[in-house]
Ligand binder design. Structure first.
Ligand SMILES: [Zn+2]
Length: 307
């Protein structure tokens, strides 16, 4: 089980910007204290890899810095070469996490989950759609035929749903706040909409219904799991009311189920906007600790996990 990070590729942001850039280095440090030997820097996603999920004109404008002001406002970041590199690295880390998953059972990207990126535009702090790019990369490399993108970020995975609309080989499942961003949602293969204020018990009950339905319909060779930290009750953008224990139970249920069924899983962190970044890091760290408990020991002994 490999863990990939990209936090040294910092995205320069103006003071007061609400994207929680510091969470990535804090999370990497926390994970390094228990699993440094598993951690790697992934290659940047190449143009060929980006173009399997994105329109050529969009990729060119992102890379050249020629998106217009409205398109940049929609993304929510100022353009810079560093923004492009950061976005490529984050997508590359999900690709690498998928390869690790297919070799050892599980792989982790300590960033990623940029699910609002569509084929032809970025939105909501998402430039490139890492899950879509990685799913298509695994198919192109002949490593996986069918992929399930299981998106438990509190916001709907609209970009992923739109990219794979009409593609039966990738099943998209999103469980999210009904009243939350994006306000015009795309249709996933399976959408579960939750009311504002949904707490642990009803959330977990909905998950226990949705997950087997998604697995049954998707028949995946690989699962890409977006383990968003933003269903947390203390999240500024979340509108749900899950506790940290509830989020840990969510991760345990998902990862136990996948492990029991022998399904490889690549985990991306996705959103997390609690006022105190330490809370976001706690939640993401608990996800990784859960994965390490399930796949960590097994992979230490496996020579297949060396790549
Ligand atoms: Zn989110």
């Amino acid at each position: 089980m490999r863990i990939f990070y990209a936090d040294q590729f910092v995205l320069p942001l103006p003071a007061g910007h609400r994207f929680p850039m510091p969470k990535y280095s804090a999370l990497r440090e926390r994970v390094a204290a228990v699993a440094a030997d598993r951690m790697r820097v992934a290659d940047a996603a190449s143009d060929v890899e980006l173009l399997r999920a994105h329109d050529a004109a969009y990729v060119r404008r992102v890379v050249d810095g020629t998106l217009d002001a409205q398109a940049m406002r929609r993304i929510g970041f100022p353009w810079s070469h560093a923004m492009v590199e950061r976005s490529r690295r984050s997508a590359g880390a999900t690709i690498a996490a998928c390869r690790s998953a297919l070799e050892s059972g599980c792989g982790v990207n300590l960033a990623g989950g940029t699910h609002h990126a569509h084929a032809g535009f970025g939105e909501g702090f998402c430039v490139f759609n890492d899950a879509a790019i990685a799913a298509r990369a695994m198919q192109a490399e002949g490593r996986a035929g069918r992929v399930l993108v299981l998106d438990l970020d509190v916001h709907q995975g609209d970009g992923t749903a739109a990219i794979f609309a009409g593609d039966d080989s990738v099943f998209t499942c999103s469980m999210h706040g009904r009243a939350n961003f994006p306000f015009r949602k795309s249709a996933s293969d399976l959408d579960i909409e939750l009311d504002d204020g949904t707490a642990d018990a009803p959330y977990l009950a909905a998950l226990r219904v949705a997950l087997p339905r998604a697995l049954d319909r998707a028949h995946p060779d690989l699962v890409i799991y977006l383990a968003g930290a933003d269903p947390f009750e203390g999240d500024r953008l979340g509108r749900l009311s899950l506790s940290k224990a509830g989020l840990e139970a969510r991760d345990r249920h998902v990862l136990d189920t996948l492990r029991d069924q022998g399904l490889p899983v690549a985990i991306a962190m996705a959103g997390g906007y609690a006022k105190d970044i330490a809370d976001v890091v706690d939640i993401h760290y608990a996800t990784i600790r859960c994965a390490l408990a399930l796949w960590g020991a097994q992979c230490t002994a496996s020579p297949a996990a060396s790549s």
